[in-house]
Every structure is written in structure tokens, then in C-alpha cells.
Design a protein around this ligand. Structure first.
Ligand code: SAM
Ligand code: SF4
Length: 336
């Protein structure tokens, strides 16, 4: 990647490597009703309510990003459906000029109660996280006995046409890797697309080890045992490499953040529930937007701060380098 010398103050929102930011992940809360072992500690301490951006503040932040060229918004957390105003926030963000789509990543638990309202509010699609189809393993991974709730959430998403319905599955070697084929077989029988995610070092209990990462080529090999597959990736900026079964029955994706990083094409940034811009999942510093918003700063100040944060984005994460430093924030406090 070649560097660009000076930060533009007009035109597309770009970083110093000339990557334009088109997607924003917005964390609505760090709270969660699950305790997935790869994401958060059992005894998490949550942000005080007055630390969280209010609905108005979230809309203001999204409006600023959209003014600078961001088109796609993904609501996440923590668990975004635990935010009481989630439907209102969805509706308002969908109306922000420049926003083309609003989607959500959720654990699915509350979808049976919320899917209809979210559809009506304009939600364009959901990613529902599910790492195992076995109850005992679900309890081990999520530290909650909620497999049936998640399966009902998936059914609700399908019923209320929150398409595309994608299933996010974090694969950990020796934990749930033997279920890759089960997931593929299951997804071939349902209107969903599974996306396997390599385990990233963003957990709270320091359980991440390289040997736990079940990687892209191993997943593709497992898929080929069901039926031959071919790669159909079109959008390099999308995190998932995509594949289809040649027998015409289904597709799947692999998010290979560790074994085959896609930083070169990254077009995403994040804003945490308390209003910190994170220009990379693995960033070790962040930029406060809440302070400006609460201080009544004009749009031009917000724009400049966003531009500066994006500009400083590094070339890529350092997971595969000896000098990698694990971010202090664990996934549930970043917004995955
Ligand atoms: N609670 C929602 C959910 O679980 O879908 C949204 C937030 S969660 C942090 C977003 C996504 O990050 C989920 O699909 C989850 O599986 C994934 N995730 C969390 N920790 C991870 C890790 N250490 N490595 C890879 N993916 C992770
Ligand atoms: Fe909660 Fe999602 Fe993290 Fe699981 S992955 S603990 S559901 S935020």
C-alpha cells in the first residue's frame, strides 16, 4: 500500500493509505445477556448508563459519518437488542441522508420479540451468532443455556424477512471445529448463509492461542467433503471470502482475519457505545467523539475529528507479528 502525504479536509473520507471508509459499526451497548468465552468475562463490569451515547447522540454521530461518505451502518454491541431504544435508533439511522443500509449483528435471543418491529423500522439484514448446534457445547461457549432461544431467533429473522440472514460462527480448534460440516449441512437446508469466523485475540480471559485458530483452508477442506466448492468472492472490501457448493445447494463465507488478513481492502471503522472512534478492531488508541457532541461542537469540528481518526488508521493489524499488542478492550466493549 502506498502512503498519501496530507490529509484531505474535503472529499472522500480516506486514511493515509488511500482506503475510503464506507462502513460504520455502531455499538449500542456493552451489555450482553450471554457470556461467550471468546468475547467477554463472566463477571463483566458494564459502562454506566450516562456514559453511553444517547439515541440523539448516536444519530448525530452517524449523520457526521454519512456526510463524509459512509453508506452502510451495522448495529452491534455487546448485544444491540438489549438497548431499549433499538427500534427507534434503527428507524432514525435509516433516514439519515447518505445511509443506504442498516443491518445488525445479534445473538438472536430477543429477535422473536423484535423482528417484526425491526423490519418495519427498515432493518436490512441480520447476522446472528451461533457457534454450535449442540446444547451442552452452547452452554460451555455462551455460558448460558440459550440454544433454543437463538434457534427461535433465527426462525423469526427468516419469518420476518430480515434478509440476508447470516449466521456468524466462531470456530475454535478442539472446541467446535468438528461441527463445521454439521453447520454447512444445516445451512444447505435453511435460507441462511453461514460465515465461519477465525478466532481473534479479543477475548477477556486470555484463552486465545494461535493453535486454536481453525483456518480458512481447513474450513474449505471440510466443506469439500460434503460437495465440491468454488470461491465466488466478489467484494474484496467485504470481510468474508465466499464460496458456493457446485451442486447448487448453498453458499458459505469465511472471515479469515488471522490466517489471511484483508486489511489492505478494509473500508470499516467503529464507534463504541460511549462514543470512541476505533479505526481498527485491533487499534490500541481511540478518538473521543462524545466529548465534542456533548460540548455542542459544530459539524465542522466533528468532521475534522473523524477525518483525523480515520487518517491515522494503520496499514494493518499485527496479529501475525512478534510485536502484536492485544487491545485492552475485549470484543463486547468494542462492537464486533
Ligand atoms: N452480541 C452480538 C452477537 O454476538 O452477534 C453482537 C456483538 S458480538 C461482539 C459480534 C460478533 O463478534 C459475533 O459474531 C461474535 O461471534 C464475534 N466475536 C466475538 N469475539 C470474537 C473473537 N474473539 N474472535 C472472533 N469473533 C468474535
Ligand atoms: Fe454477547 Fe455477542 Fe459477545 Fe456473545 S459474542 S458475549 S452474544 S457480545
Amino acid at each position: 500500500m502506498s502512503m498519501v502525504a496530507t490529509m484531505p479536509t474535503t472529499g472522500p473520507l480516506v486514511d493515509q493509505y488511500n482506503r475510503a471508509v464506507k462502513k460504520l459499526r455502531v455499538s449500542l451497548t456493552d451489555r450482553c445477556n450471554f457470556r461467550c468465552v471468546y468475547c467477554m468475562p463472566e463477571d463483566a463490569e458494564f459502562m454506566a448508563r450516562d456514559e453511553l451515547l444517547t439515541a440523539d447522540e448516536i444519530v448525530r454521530a452517524v449523520t457526521a459519518f454519512a456526510r463524509l461518505g459512509v453508506e452502510k451502518i451495522r448495529l452491534t454491541g455487546g448485544e444491540p437488542l438489549m438497548r431499549p431504544e433499538v427500534v427507534e435508533i434503527t428507524r432514525r439511522i435509516k433516514e439519515v441522508p447518505g445511509v443506504r443500509s442498516v443491518s445488525m449483528t445479534t445473538n438472536g435471543f430477543m429477535l422473536p420479540h423484535r423482528a417484526a418491529e425491526l423490519k418495519e423500522a427498515g432493518l436490512d439484514g441480520v447476522n446472528i451468532s451461533l457457534d454450535t448446534l449442540r446444547r451442552d457445547r452452547f452452554i460451555q461457549l455462551a455460558r448460558r443455556d440459550y440454544l433454543d432461544h437463538v434457534l427461535k431467533g433465527i426462525s423469526a429473522a427468516i419469518e420476518f424477512d430480515l434478509q440476508p440472514v447470516k449466521i456468524n460462527t466462531v470456530v475454535m480448534r478442539g472446541v467446535n471445529d468438528q461441527e463445521v460440516r454439521d453447520f454447512l449441512t444445516w445451512s444447505r437446508e435453511h435460507p441462511v448463509v453461514v460465515r465461519f469466523i477465525e478466532f481473534m485475540p479479543l477475548d477477556a480471559d486470555n484463552i486465545w492461542e494461535r493453535k486454536l485458530v481453525y483456518n480458512l483452508s481447513e474450513i474449505v477442506e471440510a466443506a469439500n467433503q460434503i460437495a465440491p466448492v468454488e470461491e465466488i468472492t466478489q467484494d474484496k472490501a467485504a470481510p468474508a471470502r465466499t464460496f458456493r457448493f457446485l451442486d447448487g445447494q448453498g453458499e458459505f463465507g469465511v472471515i479469515a482475519s488471522v490466517s489471511e488478513p484483508f486489511c489492505e481492502w478494509c473500508d470499516r471503522v467503529r464507534i463504541t457505545a460511549e462514543g470512541k472512534i476505533r479505526n481498527c478492531l485491533f487499534a490500541t488508541d481511540e478518538t473521543d467523539l462524545r466529548e465534542l457532541i456533548r460540548g455542542g461542537a459544530p459539524d465542522v469540528d466533528l468532521d475534522l475529528r473523524i477525518r483525523e481518526s480515520v487518517w491515522a488508521k494503520w496499514a494493518g493489524h499485527l496479529i501475525n507479528q512478534p510485536n502484536f499488542v492485544k487491545p485492552e478492550r475485549t470484543m463486547h466493549r468494542i462492537g464486533g
